[in-house]
Design a protein around this ligand. Structure first.
Ligand code: ZN
Length: 199
């Protein structure tokens, strides 16, 4: 039985397809949107479209940015010989918030997951290896999450980089197992960075 009219059902369906939004939240949001003044809905829709159109990958580290080169990569004061590899731009933001990391980043946009069918070719790994061909790179810090996928990715990257002679380290497991970097407090993040170990 169709409880609501077609367009509302469609809206609920679209919202429920977003990560972290279940059926209940989706219908709550849908009804909230329907009850909002038209101008506000238009502004929200425009903001989503604009973000989608203007945001692209940084040419160097592949984080999301609205410029050709992101502010971190463009900063000459940063240590461009140290690359921290993270799973997504939110993890990068978490480390940036500590204000203590002076190197640059590489954003993979995912992690290897045989279970979900995500292979090495589906994340920005080839792009990382390409960056390493520059003599400038002295250390790669692998800061993927401590989930099964994060660990699998870390091992895979280590195997790829080891033969090049570049130092490869892994952040310490002060980060709780399975924990998303973005949810962890700054002190723990810094401790994980300082306690990184050679791979
Ligand atoms: Zn960048």
């Amino acid at each position: 039985m169709e409880l609501y009219s077609g367009p509302i059902n469609k809206l609920i369906e679209e919202l429920a397809a977003l990560p972290g939004i279940g059926e209940k939240s989706a219908s709550r949001l849908a009804f909230h949107l329907i009850n909002m003044p038209k101008g506000k809905v238009e502004r929200l829709a425009r903001t989503i479209l604009e973000a989608k159109e203007k945001v692209c990958y940084c040419r160097e580290c592949y984080t999301l940015t609205d410029e050709d080169i992101c502010p971190v990569c463009a900063n000459e004061k940063r240590d461009h010989s140290t690359i921290m590899v993270v799973e997504n731009s939110r993890d990068l933001a978490a480390y940036e918030k500590t204000g203590k990391y002076t190197g640059v980043y590489h954003v993979l946009h995912g992690a290897i997951s045989p279970m979900l069918g995500v292979g090495p070719g589906d994340i920005k790994l080839k792009e990382l290896i390409e960056r390493l061909s520059s003599d400038e790179i002295k250390e790669v810090i692998i800061a993927t999450n401590s989930s099964l996928e994060g660990e699998t990715t870390a091992m895979y990257i280590n195997k790829l980089i080891k033969p090049t002679g570049i130092r490869v380290t892994r952040i310490a497991s002060g980060v709780p197992v399975g924990g998303d970097l973005e949810c962890i407090d700054e002190v723990t993040l810094l401790r994980a960075l300082e306690g990184r170990t050679e791979l």
